[in-house]
Write a protein that binds this ligand. Structure first.
Ligand code: 5AD
Ligand code: SF4
Length: 372
């Protein structure tokens, strides 16, 4: 019996697919080389932009023929997209050959749903539950080991679907994280630990007693072994001085920070509910440059947020020009059902979003060329 996992989206999903893989192997499945050879196919989906969802629908739809030839094959769709009830129902209705549709919170019980397929199609979306501390992974990222430190997000940036499909922030217990890293290091093949969370800088605020992200990193660096430590993703509003200090001081921490600005215009930042200003953001960048002179800084930007004018978009261009990032990702705003921004008036036409993203990417190309 063989399994195959198709993963969309961010590193969090990549890592959760490592958990799925471990569950499949515990059930006795072996990794298939291609999906056509699999007896169990899992789609781990992403909901962040419309494009990501459309690709999932297309690829799931394409399995119709295969399932006809091999009716015993089990097809499961899980992750952020299917955590939304409307999408889960749409998939059940549109693709009658899909056997399992579950959300992000059902993942630890994946084995249960596979076994239950014998009795019929499975659709279940748990709402938030306790976090799963019994973690086993089939690690797939070479020398890098992903380590999840927290789940969910409390920020509700108005464009973002994540808080709706991943629930509120829940930090893992520090000792459990340290133990996981000890075990990873003991295996001897991992040289890099990447801490994962939607907003790692608010790690530990929900624990009693509270633990700061800076302390967690310090404690990890104190573990024996020859390894590098890095993390993603940071929210500028929570990047505190003690975190910058610990990055500057600890040799094991890589000098790189992904610090998504999203926009360079204060009115748009307010509408996005980002809770910092362009000035505050630049202050943080300045602090990083002063205290960690060789630090690489990267960012994400969204263009064409509802009501964004050409001048406001130019503020984003100017910010990128000013910071001279070591790399940026630029996205066209994509309305996500259920978020505040999707209901705002003044949605920007696709053609303008495309023009703006092209301009931003051209600027990015020019900066990277100059930096070489
Ligand atoms: N439309 C476009 N981009 C988005 N992002 C998040 N939500 C949306 C959306 N609705 C981008 C942000 C975030 C990155 C992971 O995806 O820039 O930092
Ligand atoms: Fe989305 Fe904002 Fe949370 Fe990041 S911080 S996951 S952009 S709501």
């Amino acid at each position: 019996m063989k399994y195959y996992i198709v993963t969309y989206g961010c590193q969090m999903n990549v890592h959760e697919s490592e958990k799925l893989a471990s569950i499949c192997e515990k059930m006795g499945y072996e990794l298939a080389e291609k999906r056509e050879d699999a007896d169990l196919i899992v789609f781990n989906t992403c909901a962040i932009r419309e494009g990501a969802e459309d690709r999932v629908f297309g690829n799931v739809g394409a399995l119709k023929k295969l399932k006809k030839q091999r009716p015993d094959m089990i097809i499961a769709v899980c992750g952020c997209s299917t955590q939304k009830e409307s999408t889960a129902n749409y998939i059940m209705k549109t693709f009658p050959f899909v056997d399992i549709v579950i959300g992000t919170f059902n993942l630890p019980n994946f084995e249960h749903y596979v076994n239950a397929v014998k009795t019929g199609r499975q659709l279940e979306l748990l709402s938030e539950g306790e976090i799963d501390e019994v973690q086993t992974y089939k690690r797939t990222s070479g020398e890098n080991a992903w380590v999840n430190i927290m789940y969910g997000c409390n920020n509700f940036c108005t464009y973002c679907i994540v808080p709706y499909v991943r629930g509120r922030e829940k930090s893992r217990n520090e000792e459990n994280i340290l133990n996981e890293i000890r075990e990873v290091l003991a295996e001897g093949k991992y040289k890099k630990i990447t801490l994962l969370g939607q907003n790692v800088n608010s790690y530990g605020k929900d624990l009693t007693p509270q633990v700061s992200f800076a302390k967690l990193m310090k404690d990890i660096c104190a573990l024996e072994g020859d390894f590098k430590l890095t993390f993603m993703t940071s929210h500028p509003k929570d990047l505190t001085d003690d975190v910058i200090e610990v990055i500057a001081k600890e040799e094991k921490i890589l000098k790189e920070i992904h610090l998504p600005a999203q926009s360079g215009n204060n009115r748009i930042l307010t509408l996005m509910n980002r809770r910092y200003t362009r000035e505050k953001y630049l202050e943080i960048i300045d602090k990083i440059h002063t205290q960690i002179p060789d630090c690489k800084i990267t960012s994400d930007f969204i263009v064409g947020f509802p009501t964004e004018t050409e001048e406001e978009f130019m503020d984003t261009m100017k910010l990128v020009e000013e910071v001279k990032y070591d790399g940026i990702f630029a996205f066209m705003y994509s309305p996500r059902e259920g978020t505040v921004a999707s209901k705002m008036e003044g949605q920007i036409p696709q053609k303008i979003k495309q023009e703006r993203v092209n301009k931003l990417l051209a600027l990015e190309k020019k900066i990277q060329k100059e930096k070489k």
